[in-house]
Design a protein around this ligand. Structure first.
Ligand code: 5GP
Length: 212
């Protein structure tokens, strides 16, 4: 699969120190630096929304949010799609669905995914499904989810992920839409957690996780 167009954050990117942007004080000790400021996430998300609308060409989409990490990106992407739908010649009707998966314990991928909640997947039969995910690391979670989704025979499936990690552990899976390619670091913020910590971290900023 060819690489999606995205913003590449290089391995030696210094990011931004915590004291130049806004980070809650109770997390300052745990975080190393800001990797992607919220404004850049916002702009990139808007462009991804435009690309999605132009690719789907008025065909209805079901946005499938992968909980919990994907919720912030999902709502922001949807807001952008709604704004473009209202204000440009192009528009796509969109409905929403949710799926909850668990694949991570601490900062290590456990390999197998577990569906632990969400809507009835059978409702996706015959629909154009846009899976919205926070981050692709090895790609194993997404590969397993796609295999599962295929069993309910959607019309098409595309995947939008805010982040794609550059890692030697990659399965080779690449999403159709990617926000940023990032170094092999553990990141939090913007609804990405560490065992449920940091979900409340400045929803607009992604921070590199320090010493865990
Ligand atoms: P994969 O199966 O691609 O290795 O992992 C996908 C899932 O692992 C993501 O949906 C996310 O929940 C979690 N994950 C992978 N890397 C990170 C990371 O750097 N930070 C956080 N918070 N979660 C991650």
């Amino acid at each position: 699969m060819s690489k999606p167009i995205c913003i590449k954050i290089e391995d030696d990117d210094p990011g931004y120190p915590l004291d130049v942007l806004s980070v809650p004080r109770h997390y300052e000790e745990d975080l190393e630096r800001i990797l992607i400021p919220g404004g850049l996430i916002n702009d990139r998300t808007e462009r991804m929304a435009r690309d999605i609308i132009s690719d789907f060409q008025h065909e209805a989409i079901v946005g499938l949010c992968v909980l919990k990490g994907g919720y912030k990106f999902f709502t922001d992407l949807l807001d952008k799609i709604k704004i473009i739908n209202r204000s440009s010649g192009q528009s796509v009707p969109m409905s929403v669905d949710f799926i909850r998966l668990k694949s991570y314990l601490n900062d290590q991928s456990t390999g197998a995914i577990e569906v632990i909640g969400g809507d009835n997947l059978e409702d996706l039969e015959g629909k154009n499904v846009l899976v919205v995910e926070d981050i692709i690391d090895t790609g194993n979670t997404m590969k397993q989810l796609l295999t599962l989704l295929q069993t309910v025979r959607p019309k098409s499936i595309k995947v939008a992920s805010l982040l794609v990690k550059r890692t030697s552990k990659s399965s080779g899976y690449k999403p159709d839409y990617a926000g940023f390619e990032i170094p092999d670091l553990f990141v939090v913020g913007y609804a990405l957690d560490y065992n449920e910590y940091f979900r409340d971290l400045n929803v607009n900023i992604l921070c590199v996780f320090g010493q865990y």
